[in-house]
Design a protein around this ligand. Structure first.
Ligand code: ADE
Length: 264
């Protein structure tokens, strides 16, 4: 891409494989790793996703590992003002996203093989284990709500049509909409898609992969501003280095995130 807006595509994804059995389709996985992972994003702010043109995910798109299409929800409205929201039924503050544009947008992108993600602070907490699972899907759709959220019937209706529907929160705080949360999930998942990270070994020894935080890292020079690299890392004794790193992981996790450790 040339640094402008991301590609906004109004395209129905082609089916990548024959439909599988119903039981299989509940947990869709990529039968054919030669094909790109398709990601559709529906949003009223397509510009948010221009970051997908740069860095690792930008390269993965260029090399055909990931196929991203961003859709403007307002393209699925029919009134002059391209309205996507209305007042909440039952009263209350704020606005709720109307179901009709969402229904039409999903009609355009959904297949029975799709995994549909609704980012919401009311969802299940998104963690690395889920990122690993989503990296194995062939088609991900992100539905980015704004305001007080999307009419709940959209989620219920989508459950009857998609292989999998997930309401995911990226943390216990409230953002202005699902776009940044979708980006977080896309980056966490995208880097786990085979081929996206050049050296897959670097994915093994990082925070959360084994339930612990990562050990601290050092590089050259061995001394910098009076601070030394831990001598064990310079000694070439691989067993000693592995033991030191594991101890650091435990100590760091105990200190910073004790809730990640199994109960004693
Ligand atoms: N939308 C608004 N806040 C969010 C959060 N914490 N996680 C996911 N989606 C959101």
């Amino acid at each position: 891409m040339d640094g402008g807006h991301p590609r906004v595509v109004d395209a129905t994804p082609t089916r990548r494989s024959q439909p599988r059995s119903w039981a299989d389709s509940r947990r869709p996985h990529r039968p054919n790793y030669a094909e790109a992972v398709r990601i559709d994003i529906v949003t009223i702010f397509p510009e948010f996703f221009s970051v997908l043109d740069v860095s690792l995910l930008g390269s993965a798109r260029k090399s055909g590992l990931i196929d991203v299409a961003v859709h403007d929800l307002r393209d699925f409205t029919h009134d002059r003002h391209r309205t996507v929201d209305d007042t909440p039924s039952g009263g209350g503050a704020g606005m709720v996203m109307r179901p009709e544009p969402w229904g039409e947008a999903l009609d355009a992108v959904l297949t029975d093989q799709s995994t549909v993600v609704f980012p919401t602070p009311a969802g299940r907490l998104f963690v690395q284990k889920q990122a690993r699972e989503l990296a194995d899907r062939e088609h991900l759709i992100f539905c980015c709500g704004r305001y007080e959220g999307i009419d709940q019937r959209v989620i219920e209706h989508t459950r009857t049509r998609a292989a999998e529907v997930l309401e995911l929160s990226i943390g216990d705080y409230v953002l202005n909409g699902g776009e940044v949360a979708a980006m977080v999930v896309i980056e966490a998942v995208g880097r786990l898609i085979p081929g996206v990270v050049g050296n897959p070994e670097s994915l093994v020894e990082e925070s959360h992969e084994d339930g612990l935080l990562e050990y601290p890292s050092y590089t050259k020079p061995a001394e910098w501003r009076g601070l030394e690299t831990p001598p064990v890392l310079l000694g070439g004794n691989h067993a000693a280095i592995a033991a030191w790193r594991h101890e650091q992981q435990l100590e760091r996790t105990r200190r910073v995130r004790p809730e990640l450790l199994p109960p004693a």
